[in-house]
Design a binder for this molecule. Sequence first.
Ligand code: PEP
Ligand code: MN
Length: 361
Amino acid sequence: MEPSATNKKSWLIKDKRPIIIAGPCSVETREQVLETSRRLKASGKIDIIRGGIWKPRTRPGTFEGIGTMGLPWMQEVKETTGLPVTVEVAKAAHVERCLEFGIDILWIGARTTVNPFAVQEIADALKGVDIPVLVKNPINPDVALWKGAVERLQNVGVKEIGAIHRGFSNLAEKYYRNRPQWQLAIQFKNEMPEIPMLCDPSHICGRRDTLQEVSQKALDLDFDGLMVESHIDPDNAWSDAKQQITPEVLHRMLLDLVLREDHEENAPIQSRLEVLRQDINLIDDDVFSLLASRMEVAREIGQYKKENNITILQQKRWNDILIKGKSFAQKNGLSEPFMIKYLQSIHDESINQQEKVMNKE
Ligand code: PEP
Ligand code: MN
């Protein structure tokens, strides 16, 4: 990946694009964060170091962040690497501590963006303060709520604001940790074009092997940068172990990313047809990942059937699926033969997948 100059007027994007933010999910120890950032700096591709100090964890009893004690370490990171540092804030007290310790950029996490009271409290603490803030999308797929958080910051005079797309929670999702729903990030980009948009592939993927494809997708969609979690010993990280990568693996991934032309100046590419094709591509991506989720469930069913000695093909179940599909087709302008062919093909693949599970020793 060769960084390209950009003519976009933006506080975040000056002479290099994409902007890369990297660092551990959580700041754990002084040594861990200093060594991680030393190696990130050595890669030569990282622009800003991230570190979680207060961690909004889903369940209590897990590591909830090192707290204020970690802020002087972030200061040291800044001094030793010469790179700006960014920390997540979820309330006014976090903002105050970060300002005291010279943190350069703040970010608001997905669990905070959902709550207008919390965002307003942060905004109020930022009145008259000149510090950039990045706003992650809320956990739920609600673009208005995401924009609302940005507007709350704008209303108190915060000038340098960016957005981070980290995917949206969905209980049925299996392939991603957080379903990307790219069209929502694109909608945000269209409605707030002055706000730079980064992608956080780490929280979208929740695993290492898909980080590259999601990062590439973000660049193909003309995102302005990436925020990636990186740890010197990912398997033993105190939070988000499955999705973190070493600074060296991140370096390799960044080298392999392809930066395509910025299409902004290229009128024909912005044609209606291209926009529609782009929509189709995004929907196809969603359909593919839904299919992967469906097959994952099929394999679970296979496992259950194996343990309980149940036959693979159950005629009544298949008839129910057909009836539902035909009725959907009729209501939505799809032909019945197409729907039958489609369901048959999916069902065949499901059976193959189940068979594999059931016949495995
Ligand atoms: C994080 O960046 O470590 C984090 C908690 O992310 P999110 O707010 O996207 O869940
Ligand atoms: Mn994390």
